[in-house]
Design a protein around this ligand. Structure first.
Ligand SMILES: *Cc1c(COP(=O)(O)O)cnc(C)c1O
Length: 379
């Protein structure tokens, strides 16, 4: 197995799916895979055995769900749909969620005529995350979701024309890697601002950002939140996590190409055959420092700064300390790489894309091999 490569562990994903299925079974809610985080369709048959279906951010993901998770629910949301795509989308999907009353007016009737459930994404204007404005759809100036004032204005204007009956459900997505106490806070805001219309709805979709499979996640509180909306407003509840499905479900393997002499700060730069910029762009964008699972780490041990084999000075993965000194040729294993990293890779600098292996019944099987032609085809 030549580095760099991703290794997706089917057993770990299945453990996550069991947890999510437990929530569905105990509450009667429906959980969907948000594909944007993990479109590893080799596992869609497995995911489809546990979850209700998938949700898409656009036509390609909707098509992928249709092809690889046939018969399961296919949902879609986009900030705005294109006229060229809408007929295909309506033939592929079961639910469509519009971002604004104007999008709803433009496509809503056609969606209903094709038998889809129609939803509108609301913005409850309730920020529950600090310091992460790019992941906060409730941040000031957000383009995502319809505020209570906008929605009520629209509903008042169309009451005579009875076009308010177009809306079957309400969708919100305001969380990112959060626990259920923040969901509870968000639901308070949703009830306060949209409570008057909830009883007229068939369903509510809690969006994603729920870190349900993280060890400190309060699942009982999530289940209380789900039951509260079911019992108070007779709503079906959808939850569409992405990360929670594949959390800690995969690794990225790389090789030490060169260890430089210690610099002015006393730390040696290590060049790897991977790259933050190309293979784990969230390390720079989010930003965060990915865990190294192997070799074994020790505080105050042998310390190195890991960087990618690209031209970008800021292509730095992080600084790590190990029990033993590293040597050239060592393999480095980064943890929690199934989510987002795999779908966000790029070939900047002509960097080769990591191959993808899937560990099935304990054995790694090559699923995707990428080569020069993939790079050439994309530029
Ligand atoms: C990103 C997104 C999700 C999934 O979010 P995770 O953080 O991966 O759980 C679900 N729904 C919508 C609308 C999203 O934009």
């Amino acid at each position: 197995m030549q580095t760099p490569y991703f290794l997706i562990d089917e057993e770990k994903i299945e453990n996550n799916l069991r947890i999510l299925r437990g929530v569905m079974d105990r509450t009667g809610c429906k959980i969907l895979l948000a594909q944007k985080c993990f479109s590893c369709y080799s596992l869609y048959p497995l995911i489809g055995r546990y979850l209700a279906g998938a949700t898409a951010s656009g036509i390609f993901e909707a098509r992928l769900c249709h092809e690889e998770m046939p018969g399961k629910e296919n949902h879609i949301f986009s900030p705005a749909f294109r006229e060229e795509d809408i007929d295909s989308i309506l033939s592929l999907c079961d639910h469509i969620v519009f971002n604004s009353p104007r999008q709803l007016q433009r496509y809503g009737e056609r969606a209903k005529a094709e038998g889809l459930q129609v939803g509108i994404r609301i913005n409850p204007e309730c920020s529950t995350q600090e310091g992460h404005a790019i992941y906060d759809p409730c941040a000031p100036g957000s383009r995502l979701g319809t505020t209570s004032a906008e929605l009520h204005e629209y509903l008042a204007a169309c009451r005579e024309k009875s076009c308010h009956t177009l809306i079957d459900g309400i969708h919100f997505h305001t969380l990112c890697e959060q626990n259920s106490d923040d969901l509870e806070t968000t639901l308070d805001a949703v009830e306060e601002k949209f409570g008057d219309i909830l009883s007229a709805m068939k369903w509510i979709n809690f969006g994603g950002g729920h870190h349900i499979t993280r060890s400190d996640y309060d699942i009982e509180r999530l289940e209380r939140c789900i039951l509260r909306m079911k019992q108070r407003y007779s709503l079906d509840v959808y939850v569409e996590p992405g990360e929670a499905v594949a959390l800690n479900g995969g690794t990225l393997h790389a090789t030490v190409l060169e260890i430089q002499r210690p610099g002015a700060d006393g730390i040696s730069n290590v060049i790897l055959d991977t790259s933050a910029a190309c293979h784990m762009p969230d390390v720079i964008e989010m930003p965060y420092t990915p865990p190294v699972l192997s070799p074994e780490q020790r505080d105050g041990g042998y310390t190195y700064r890991f960087g990618g084999a690209t031209c970008l000075s800021g292509d730095v993965i992080g600084t790590y300390s190990f029990c033993q000194p590293l040597t050239e040729g060592d393999e480095i294993v980064f943890g929690d790489m199934a989510i987002y990293s795999m779908v966000k890779t790029n070939t900047f600098n002509g960097m080769p894309l990591p191959d993808i292996y899937i560990k099935r019944n304990g054995k790694p099987v090559l699923w995707k091999h990428f080569s020069y032609s993939d790079f050439k085809a994309r530029v």
